[in-house]
Write a protein that binds this ligand. Structure first.
Ligand code: 3HC
Ligand code: NAI
Length: 697
């Protein structure tokens, strides 16, 4: 069979798409569908059509890999138009994930039936796009604007049950969904049910047409997360057209906006991140389907900021977890924070009381290390001090079952040195969560020199189960993310000494697209963390250390680079800190000057890129895309710029090399000299992306 097969079931034509893994609508599928529909239309004995998919899912969207290439007809729009024009009823049989162009094809069908576990959505916005085959026009006509707009602006799918309630699907069928759809089609034929084309429906838009202000209210309620992004603005315009224009004009407007976005820089960057995210968890030398041991029970050591959040990740994923603390008081404090976090979610309405109970019920506290005996994985999140970590790992090695994976949440420390105190270094690795651990999606998985591939595979699989984006990295001080952050911090401090103030530095990065700048972030994380790390390495940061020495650790003490009013988190410029900065400049004999935003951004981002190049050269990151994923999901690098390495390629590496050389000369800091790999690629006129292309060739 080809990618699209047609068979007859009495007087029903069953068209089946079979294009694993996700039945993406590539050119061959689109062509096959056009031909199959023509056949079903013209064959006299055929009274109705069922459109189904083989494998794990209905069509999960257009084939994203085709977006960078010249488009070849027929388009997905042509397929939807052909469906719309069918004179015989067409029923879509949905299972798995009906997403993007897949849902748009289903919307072109006259009826939709779904398996109970189906998820339906238009996730284009997450790729910097809008639906391009009628989604913005047909979905509101079918389910009303109040339901369609949030689906399109969030990109989040909905389940079969809410889809049935909204009118997006006409029936939910148990058992084989294709058989259910055939039975549904037979009933349509028997009852001579008229065709129901989404394009012709109007009733659910009447309220918005009568009162346009309601559309603006809806936009105000759902359109807030769009800082710097083009796609949400285009989506809102296209949705407004569904109210204001006849459908064919609305479709035309949608199409032109889709093409503009598809060819634009933002979507290219977001598509890069989509594929980089999937590549990042692939471990060199390990077969993709290697059997990973399942984690049925976990333990977390330390119920502080990170331990508590990590324990919540397990409970949220339905995995029982034991939390072990050094003292009863610390345990009670940690469990209390967790309980408060959950009850805040219940108060906000994002968690049901029953789910809170279930999650609390999956957690157990203990002050006895022996309670790790049942765990398949233990994650250590105690203080960041090598001697303490070694003591904890020696104890765990004695008390945990022989096959238990022992992981450390260390931010910087040497995983091999930690593993060396155990009898099982092959079962030791790093699981570096980001704060707040129950929210941030990134998980750096640190591979020690002895870590066994199946231990890595099990931890990557666990990361996915916890809803994280796992990236496998090598073992080197600070791994990938924090090491690059260190490179940025050097210049952030220098900018202060040369004339900028914290809010000016932060403002430049926020304008670049970060949710917050380095100083607001340092205040949030606690300045003492970096201070302790610098002290352990014999390093000094003029301003940050002076603040710490004065007892100003950031938000937790109400004062740091900024000041904070009691109970508030908004950073306010602080005249004491500013005087401290000016005094430090004077002490060092520096004449303060005004520094523009472009210089600030370059001096913060280029040293990070330089460090990223060294990280690649040392094979601490497997691919440039891994670094991009780490920065987008762990540190808020704007996704629409594609991460630091992708951004670097867009600027051109020779420009960055020249700026770094100048920076190194001016600051007399050899760390800013262009890294060998960066210089080599720049000289060859290539970018970091060429490394990925070579690796996959
Ligand atoms: N095009 C091309 N390849 C795709 C794809 C797509 N739309 N969706 C998934 N894939 C590939 C992945 O890259 C991956 O390849 P790999 O094995 O070589 O790494 C493979 O399919 C499996 O994907 P996942 O690892 O993500 O599998 P999961 O089971 O975890 O998730 C999924 C499945 C929910 C379908 C997820 O892949 C997904 O969200 N896909 C993207 C869906 C999407 O964004 N669709 C809209 C596309 S844009 C569009 O349709 C435009 C239209 O409006 C005209
Ligand atoms: P924290 O100080 O909030 O919590 C540490 C907890 O460990 C305390 O509750 C303490 O009582 C407990 N503890 C200490 N020794 C113990 C022992 N021997 N047995 C059992 N419990 C013990 O520290 P935080 O911030 O949670 O950091 C923990 C680890 O996570 C560190 O390695 C840190 O570098 C890392 N990390 C921290 C991040 C952050 O943003 N705070 C981000 C990512 C990693």
């Amino acid at each position: 069979m080809g990618l699209v097969d047609v068979r007859r079931d009495d007087n029903i034509a069953v068209i089946t798409i079979d294009n694993p893994p996700v039945n993406a609508l590539n050119n061959a599928v689109r062509t096959g569908l056009i031909d199959a529909l023509a056949l079903a239309r013209d064959r006299a004995g055929i009274r109705a059509v069922v459109l189904a998919c083989a494998g794990r899912t209905f069509v999960a969207g257009a084939d994203i890999t085709e977006f960078g290439k010249p488009s070849k007809p027929p388009s997905t729009t042509d397929v939807v138009t052909a469906l719309d024009a069918m004179p015989k009823p067409v029923v879509a049989a949905l299972h798995g994930t009906a997403l993007g162009g897949g849902l748009e094809v289903a919307l072109g069908c006259h009826f939709r039936v779904a398996a109970p576990t189906t998820r339906l959505g238009l996730p284009e916005i997450k790729l910097g796009l809008i639906p391009g085959a009628g989604g913005t026009q047909r979905l509101p006509r079918l389910i009303g604007m109040a339901k369609a707009l949030p689906m399109i602006l969030s990109g989040d799918p909905i389940g079969a049950k809410p889809a049935l309630e909204a009118g997006l699907v006409d029936a939910i069928v148990d058992g084989d969904v294709t058989a259910g759809a055939i039975a549904f089609a037979r009933r349509l034929v028997a009852n001579k049910t008229p065709l129901r084309r989404a394009r012709d429906l109007d009733a659910k838009l009447a309220d918005m047409r009568a009162d346009r202000a309601r559309f603006d209210e809806l936009v105000a309620a759902h359109g807030k997360r769009s800082r710097g992004l083009h796609a949400p603005i285009a989506a809102i315009e296209a949705l407004r057209a569904a109210i204001d224009l006849p459908i064919d004009q609305g479709l035309e407007l949608e199409r032109s906006k889709f093409i503009e976005l598809k060819d634009g820089e933002q979507s290219k960057a977001q598509r890069h991140i989509f594929f980089a995210e999937r590549a990042a968890a692939k471990i060199g030398g390990l077969p993709k389907d290697a059997k990973a041991r399942e984690i049925k029970h976990a333990a977390v050591i330390g119920a502080g900021t990170m331990g508590g959040g990590i324990a919540m990740c397990f409970a949220n994923a339905g995995i029982p977890v034991t939390i072990v603390e050094a003292s009863k008081e610390a345990l009670a404090r940690g469990l209390d924070v967790i309980a408060k976090n959950y009850s805040t979610s219940v108060k906000r309405g994002s968690l049901s009381a029953a789910d809170m109970e279930r999650r609390n019920g999956l957690m157990q506290g203990s002050t006895d290390f022996a309670s790790v005996a049942d765990a398949d994985i233990v994650i250590e999140a105690v203080f960041e001090e090598m001697e303490i970590k070694k003591r904890v790992f020696s104890a765990l090695d004695l008390l945990a079952a022989k096959t238990t994976i022992l992981a450390s949440n260390t931010s910087y420390l040497d995983i091999d040195a930690i593993g060396a105190v155990t009898q099982r270094p092959s079962a030791v690795l790093g699981t570096h969560f980001f704060s707040p651990a129950n929210v941030m999606r990134l998980l750096e998985i640190v591979r020690g020199k002895a870590t066994a591939p199946e231990v890595l595979a099990a931890t990557v699989a666990l990361g996915r189960r916890l809803g994280k984006i796992p990236v496998v990295v090598g073992n080197r001080h600070g791994f990938v993310g924090n090491r690059m952050l260190g490179a940025r911090s050097i210049e952030a401090e220098r900018l202060l000494l040369e004339g900028a103030l914290p809010h000016e530095v932060d403002g430049a990065l926020v304008q670049f697209g970060f949710p917050m700048g380095p100083f607001a972030m340092a205040d949030l994380a606690g300045l003492d963390v970096g201070w302790r790390n610098r002290k352990s390495q014999g390093l000094r940061a003029e301003i940050a250390d002076a603040l710490c020495e004065a007892g100003h650790y950031g938000q937790k003490t109400g004062k740091g680079f900024y000041r904070y009013e009691a109970g508030a988190r908004t950073p306010l410029p602080d005249s004491d800190t500013e005087s401290l900065i000016v005094a430090a400049s004077r002490r060092l004999g520096l004449t303060r000057r005004s520094i523009d935003k472009k210089e600030i951004v370059e001096r913060l981002i280029f040293p990070m890129i330089n460090e990223g190049a060294r990280i690649l050269d040392e094979k601490i990151a497997q691919r440039p895309g891994d670094i991009d994923v780490i920065w987008v999901y762990g540190y808020g690098f704007p996704v629409w710029r594609g991460g630091p390495m992708f951004y670097a390629d867009g600027l051109g590496l020779s420009y960055i090399r020249d700026r770094l050389s100048a920076l190194s000369r001016e600051s007399n800091d050899k760390r800013h000299e262009p890294a060998a790999l960066l210089a080599k690629l720049a000289a060859a006129g290539e970018g970091f992306g060429s490394l990925e292309a070579k690796a996959s060739a």
